[in-house]
Design a protein around this ligand. Structure first.
Ligand code: SAM
Length: 261
């Protein structure tokens, strides 16, 4: 069947070199793999050639799900879900130490990234994440401090993930051709976290509060999350700074204090 649904961000990979470059980022042999949005299976086929221990596919499009089901129904190591990844209960995946691949639908790729980030409780759960994003979003996700791309997404990502590698993908590598340049990002889960937050959702909340007042100095915003006593425990915090001028560690520290009673 030759069709693509724009609403589901369907731009299928057709360039063999790029497909191989993606699946060769990490050793797949005997590992538990998940693919988000397998579509017509361009990545799936190459992942399977490398003989993973298990493969879980999550595809929202019912027609594509059916095609995959027909193709792989005899393989007991392949599980296929016809689900929206944003509503999918990740606890259904019982395997551990996962490598998660996804040439993500662009319209919801940021939400998918944050969802996976929240499930990522360390390498024993998710070891590697290999996602393709629109270039501008990828820049924000790995934006270092201080830089123009630094912000909410990079603070959140850097808390749990270690950035390993990236490369660009031209629109010519897809059918239909998107209007944008893409970037593949490879992350590994951090083994040891320097701050042990109770809930990554609190970090999300704190960064949302600060960055929704992006141009304002932090002196007023900080009162919304910390009382004076807690504030004193962050040494040398300059309240005249703007949210993008605080380091990731400062946000982790603020969240840690916020979580304390
Ligand atoms: N992996 C294939 C490839 O590289 O050719 C397809 C990638 S295409 C950019 C994105 C895929 O994600 C499509 O197959 C689309 O149907 C699927 N998709 C879109 N929204 C989804 C969602 N919310 N949950 C799961 N899959 C979704």
């Amino acid at each position: 069947m030759n069709y693509a649904k724009k609403s589901l961000g369907q731009n299928f990979l057709i360039d063999k070199n790029i497909i191989n470059k993606i699946v060769n980022l990490e050793t797949i042999f005997d590992r538990n793999v998940v693919e988000i949005g397998p579509g017509k299976g361009a990545l799936t086929v190459e992942i399977l050639k490398k003989k993973p221990k298990s493969l879980t596919l999550i595809e929202k499009d019912f027609d594509l799900f059916n095609e995959l089901k027909l193709r792989y129904s005899n393989d007991k190591n392949i599980k296929i879900f016809n689900s929206d990844i944003l509503k999918f209960d990740m606890k259904k995946i019982k395997e551990k130490n996962l490598i998660i691949f996804g040439n993500l639908p662009y319209n919801i790729s940021s939400q998918i990234h944050v969802k996976i980030l929240k499930c990522c409780k360390g390498p024993q759960e998710i070891s590697d994440i290999i996602f393709m994003f629109q270039k501008e979003l990828a820049d924000k996700i790995i934006g270092i401090f201080p830089s123009k791309s630094y912000g909410r997404l990079s603070i959140l990502t850097n808390y749990r993930l270690k950035f390993i590698k990236k490369f660009s993908v031209s629109p010519n590598c897809f059918f239909p051709k998107p209007k944008i340049i893409s970037t593949v990002l490879h992350f590994k889960s951090k083994k040891n976290l320097s701050y042990n937050l109770k809930k990554i959702e609190n970090l999300e909340k704190i960064t949302n509060i600060f960055f929704s007042n992006k141009r304002k100095m932090i002196n007023k915003t900080i009162n919304k999350v910390l009382n004076k006593k807690k504030l004193k425990r962050i040494s040398n915090l300059n309240l005249m700074l703007r949210p993008s001028e605080l380091s990731p560690e400062t946000y982790y520290k603020i969240t840690e204090l916020f979580e304390k009673g």
